[in-house]
Design a protein around this ligand. Structure first.
Ligand SMILES: [Zn+2]
Length: 119
């Protein structure tokens, strides 16, 4: 995933900064839009973004999706990898693109629906 430099929501400047700017506590680096505060975290000790820049609505939707999906594969005795393989087939996406951090609201809802139907 490419490092964001321009915000996909507002076109503002995106900087790599400390998460304490947002959380008041340091959870590592984030890419942050200096205009609208959309942000995304990075993989630990790297500058690789975890997904696409997200505003607050999308961030909470991705969080909800993770809770549902992580519970689903654990409840079904799948490994994390098996869970994502299963999800990629259900979503009709390549395994490599199956990351909640890349998903928009609609994709997140699809994941939730798929998990609920399969449960
Ligand atoms: Zn922005």
């Amino acid at each position: 995933m490419k490092k964001p430099t321009i915000c996909r929501y507002c076109g503002g400047k995106v900087i790599l900064t400390d998460s304490s700017q947002i959380y008041g506590k340091d959870y590592g680096k984030i890419f942050l839009c200096t205009t609208c505060n959309a942000f995304v975290g990075v993989h630990k000790k790297t500058e690789k973004p975890l997904g696409t820049l997200a505003n607050s609505i999308l961030r909470s939707k991705r969080k909800e999706t993770h809770q549902v999906f992580d519970k689903f594969w654990k409840d079904n005795n799948m490994s994390r990898t098996e869970g994502y393989k299963w999800l990629s087939e259900k979503m009709g996406l390549p395994y490599k693109s199956t990351h909640i951090g890349y998903f928009e609201i609609e994709d997140c809802q699809k994941v939730i629906d798929i998990c609920e139907q399969a449960a």
